[in-house]
Design a protein around this ligand. Structure first.
Ligand code: 13P
Length: 253
């Protein structure tokens, strides 16, 4: 399976800064085309910079632009929200749903994440559904229960034939996001095996072709070790993706 290396820029970068980082990334990828061939690089800029990044990535094989969130309606009176059609119009082909900051800082429910996932897929976007447990949940022995709840709700309204080639899951333990604490090989391996197994029970065999990404304090120094684990088909990188050189080291890890 081709490895997906994704950058979540969160609420960072103006349009000019995004363009500059994306252009630097394209130069780094172009300089190592053979190494880049086995990778799909997805960048999720803030909404305002999607068109900039998509413009810089146009014509660069193995790259894609995404959005960090989406609202599950075509259009309407939803102040502050954005539709799949608007994202596609700006140049996004992927969207994140259920990122832990949306769930825990903005209060998104499993049910809303499920509606977003289903609607974005229906409207032609590819979706990267994020799941992961908090430290308290892990310590209470609830890892499997949390993953089951989030995955089942995440794909609840999706027809499994929509998933092939257009759906990925990112496992991001909340305690590892932005904390410098990366999940160890055993923790990540166990969680990824669980995600694969639960996903299979929710959507059937397409689960085996669904890329599973790890996220949470991924850095150039730990990327290769994580990518070598079973069931880790890619990485979703926050802080270390903001700088093109650091992100390129992760892409080529
Ligand atoms: P960090 O890599 O900064 O821990 O962020 C991970 C993340 O939330 C990516 O979506």
């Amino acid at each position: 399976m081709q490895k997906i290396i994704a950058a979540n820029w969160k609420m960072f970068k103006t349009r000019a800064e995004a363009r500059e980082t994306a252009a630097a990334l394209v130069s780094l990828l172009a300089a190592r085309q053979e190494d880049a061939a086995g990778r799909l690089v997805i960048v999720y800029p803030p909404f305002t910079a999607i068109a900039e990044v998509a413009d810089v990535f146009a014509g660069m094989a193995g790259t894609a632009t995404g959005a960090q969130d989406v609202y599950p309606a075509e259009e309407g009176a939803f102040t502050g929200e954005i539709s799949p059609r608007m994202l596609a119009d700006a140049g996004a082909t992927w969207v994140l749903t259920g990122h832990s900051e949306r769930r825990h800082v903005l209060g998104e429910s499993d049910e809303l994440v499920g509606r977003k996932t289903a609607f974005a897929l229906e409207q032609g976007l590819s979706v990267m559904l994020c799941v992961g447990e908090t430290l308290a949940e892990r310590e209470a022995g609830q890892l499997a229960a949390v993953l089951e709840r989030q995955l089942a709700a995440g794909v609840a309204n999706v027809a499994s034939e929509r998933l092939a080639g257009r759906f990925a899951v990112a496992y991001e333990p909340v305690w590892a996001i932005g904390t410098g604490k990366v999940a160890g090989p055993e923790e990540a391996g166990e969680a990824h095996a669980l995600v694969r197994q639960i996903l299979r029970s929710c959507v059937g065999p397409v689960a085996d072709e669904t890329p599973l990404l790890y996220g949470g304090s991924v850095k150039p120094a730990n990327a290769a070790g994580l990518l070598a684990l079973d069931n880790v088909d890619g990485l979703l990188v926050g802080g270390a993706s903001l700088d093109a050189n650091s992100f390129a080291q992760i892409i080529f890890a």
